[in-house]
Design a protein around this ligand. Structure first.
Ligand code: SF4
Length: 328
């Protein structure tokens, strides 16, 4: 019988899922992914996480709970850094410990550290450690990893080609479906919030329903985002922050969009710095900017009203007065 590995549909999932799924399946494991986020998952997460945690961490814990009695191992890597000389949010670094202390009776956890600040030799060892939960054969692990890397690169290319991983399923945006969109809006946020329909209150779907072409940070070339981010006076050491600021610089310089919606999580330390800078740049460039900060108590009706007003304001600017204030 094959080993069952549970992958929670939260946090790093939206960035790396194809890589880890392919890796473990190529090794012969059965990969079980938790369902798309729903009310029950969120409620369980909220009940089993410290109040101070951000919404994405609460959602992640809900997904772990949904998997806990169905699998042999739960995949919760300890992600310290995914780029050299950068770090990920501390919540990612301490995720295995947070999960272990929040949820009782968990199956064994695959909690190996991923740290790109360490040597190449240590990264290779990391891959073998991840694979060792299924096989001790290094050749099989290497082959599986190369296959996984290929899938991961395809996933990134698909996003550049206009696909959006809503709830983890790649979907083509409207402009590629030959429906002429009336407006182009950049939807920005951390992948695990932006692409989680429940966590983002279906932000992308709502925009697309209004016949708006949605672009995401992943639609852009990461090399050019990194180059732009490196022009900042001070280096941004948080990977998600660097990606967001590079994206902001791209859109505020190129002005090839009609507006920006930034979705953020209440209590996120990184966002409290980033969103303020982002908003100032957008105003300076005269690009309409909407900040939506959500937590588990946010009501959908309030989000809908703000989004509708924002879209109306953009339409008005496009059709009537271009000098209308960018924030209503
Ligand atoms: S970056 Fe912000 S939203 Fe993401 S896990 Fe950290 S605190 Fe939460």
């Amino acid at each position: 019988m094959s080993v069952k590995i549970g992958i929670p549909r939260g946090l790093w999932f939206y960035d790396y899922f194809p890589l880890w799924k392919t890796f473990y399946e190529a090794l012969g494991a059965e990969v079980i992914v938790s369902d798309i986020t729903n009310k029950a998952i969120l409620n369980q997460g909220v009940k089993n996480t410290v109040d101070e945690a951000c919404l994405p961490v609460k959602i992640f814990n809900g997904h772990v709970l949904a998997l806990k009695d169905k699998v042999d191992y739960i995949f919760v890597p300890k992600i310290m850094s995914v780029y050299e000389k950068e770090y990920i949010c501390p919540k990612f670094c301490g995720l295995p410990e947070m999960v272990k202390h929040s949820i009782a009776n968990l199956p064994p956890m695959i909690d190996i550290e991923i740290n790109f600040n360490k040597s190449r030799k240590s990264l290779i060892k990391t891959i073998y450690l991840f694979g060792s939960y299924v096989t001790k054969n290094p050749i099989r692990i290497r082959t599986a990893y190369l296959k996984a890397l290929e899938e991961y690169n395809k996933y990134k290319e698909a996003m550049k080609a206009g696909y959006i991983p809503i709830d983890g399923y790649l979907q083509k945006d409207q402009s590629k479906l030959n429906i002429k969109p009336k407006t182009r809006i950049a939807a920005i946020g951390h992948s695990y919030q932006l692409f989680d329909s429940y966590g983002s209150m279906s932000l992308i779907k709502k925009l697309q329903k209004e016949n708006i072409e949605v672009v995401i940070p992943e639609s852009l070339n990461m090399k050019s985002i990194n180059n732009l981010a490196s022009s900042l006076e001070k280096k941004m050491f948080w990977s998600y922050g660097r990606k967001t600021l590079g994206t902001a610089l791209h859109y505020t310089k190129n002005k090839d969009i009609d507006g920006i919606v930034y979705i953020s999580s209440f209590g996120c330390g990184i966002d409290s710095v980033i969103e303020d800078i982002f908003e100032r740049w957008a105003r300076k460039s005269n690009i309409p900017f909407l900040l939506l900060t959500v937590d588990e108590h946010t009501g959908e009706a309030g989000i809908n009203t703000r989004l509708e007003a924002f879209i109306d304001m953009i339409d008005w600017r496009l059709n009537n007065e271009g000098n209308l204030s960018t924030h209503g």
